[in-house]
Every structure is written in structure tokens, then in C-alpha cells.
Design a protein around this ligand. Sequence first.
Ligand code: ZN
Length: 324
Amino acid sequence: MDDSSRTPLFTFGVVSDIQYADIDDGCVHSNQRYYRNSLQLLRNALDTWSTSAVKPKFILQLGDIIDAVNKKNETSAQALDTLMSEFSSSPIEVHHVWGNHEFYNFSRTALFSSKLNSSTHCNENNGPQTGDIYAYHFSPVPKFRFVVLDPYDMSLIGREETSVEYSNALTLLKQHNDNEDTNLPPETEGLERRFVRFNGGFSKEQLDWLDSVLTLADERSERVTVASHIPVHPSSTTPLSLAWNYDELLTILHSHGSVVCYMCGHDHNGGYHRDKDSGVHYLILEGMVETPPGSDAFGTVSVYDDKMVLKGNGRIADREMLFP
Ligand code: ZN
């Protein structure tokens, strides 16, 4: 069907791994990173959205908004301010996901009281009731729901070394990775490579909460998109980028008919896979920081009653995602 004659129900913008820093380009794991240029690429995205005929309802920022190098240079607050003033120059509401670089720069407590806490857009306190998990959901239009998940809820990153969460995560990581530097994977290939310090996972409490949110969405016949920072489908990414307990999350996503898509970042090369049995789409957005000047890295998703259509810019490909 020709989409040019159909008006979408709504649209939204997506960006990931901006990893801004006011420093010269660098090379990490043999990939070139254009730290300063990320700001220009964000401007390109915001300009496009602000001037488009159909204004996006909201923007999903999929995590790693500023790079860890800011912490070393003591520029974390400044770099975040720069990005936040850019975002606030646009009238479009932004939903921020938290990734590893958020926790390299700020403590979990500081993040909750920062502008990166977009759960405050939601009137009701609708996240997990106990603990300090950054997860919430919102419905931009009737029959559609978005869930933001916290993939570092179970991790070493962002948890105080004296906390129960830290010691549980350390025990789990050490069971799979006995390297002195646990940022190095335990194996040269295979799924065990996900057990590295820079990854994390979802606690039982968060998984139970997600299950209850999705049960309600099933009952209301809603279409649900889940957004987080770390990939969870092995066929969408390399094992090194997978969430520790990706399998537990997949079991929940695939047991609810309401789930249509899981979106994330973290793997800067991007990725995509459609799960055969459930029909759920797994989309990884290409990272802005590894996008050379002159190109772009943002997407606009048009939502229809039967599908979502991603219009990519620069190195992000167009994609049609039919609902299961
Ligand atoms: Zn990341």
C-alpha cells in the first residue's frame, strides 16, 4: 500500500548513543568517534522534526547521551546542560532512556533528580513500587503504549559498592567471567560474551512489573513498544552487546500479544531482527557518535493501525514493521 496517501495516527522521533563531548574525534575499539559533531547531528534531527508537517508526538532518546570521557574531564554537568538546552529549544517532549554512559557520568540518585528523569512527564507514579528502578510507561494516544526499561537495574554500573544490588551483580558476573578486567569478555565467541561489566540486566522486580503492565495492555488491546538501552534478541546484535538476562526478558515479551516492538541502542552499528514466532520487531538504532560529519543518524517513526514505518536519515535505513 502507498503510505503517501495515508495519514499516520501519530509519529515519533528516535535517536541513540549521542555520546556528546566537547573534545576532538577519537578512536575506540578501532571505531572512529565524532564526539563534538554529535551536537550538530542532534540539531539536524531536532530541526527536521520541528519543521515537519506532522510534528512528532515525542522523541525517544535511547541512552548514552553524553560520553564517559566527560567524567574524566570533569565536564559531565556542562556537557549535559549543552544537550538539554538543545533538546529544550524544541517544543517536542523527550523520553530519555538510561544507558551505561549515564551511570559513568552520574550516580543513580543524581540521575533521578536530573532532567534525564523523564518519568516525571507522567502524572501518575507508574513504575515499579519499591527500589530505585528507572522504568515507566506512557500512552501518547489511545491504544498505543510505550514502556521505558532500566537495563542497569541489575549491574555493577551505577550501584554503590556497598549495596546488595552491587554484590548480587558481582556474584553473577564472576560466575561467568573470571577475567581481572571484567570489561573483557570471558570467551572469544558465543553468548557468554555478554557477561561483561559494561552490560547489565533486569531485576526480578522489574520483570514482574513489566509482566503486569503488559497484562493490562493485552486486556486493553493496546500495541506496546518497549524501549531500553541494551539489545535483548541475540539475532539482532553481537553477543557482546546483549543484556545479561536477555532470555528472561524475551520470555515475557513473547508471552504478551500486545508487544509489537523493542527499540534500543548500545550496539553502535545498529541491527534488526523480527522474531519468527511472536512477530515482534527488534530494532537497534545506529549510534550518533560514530556517524561522520556530513551524514546523519536519526529516525522518524510513523504509526498506523497495522504497522510502524521507520524513515531513516543518513546511516539509518528505512524499515516497515507490520504489527504481529
Ligand atoms: Zn551503551
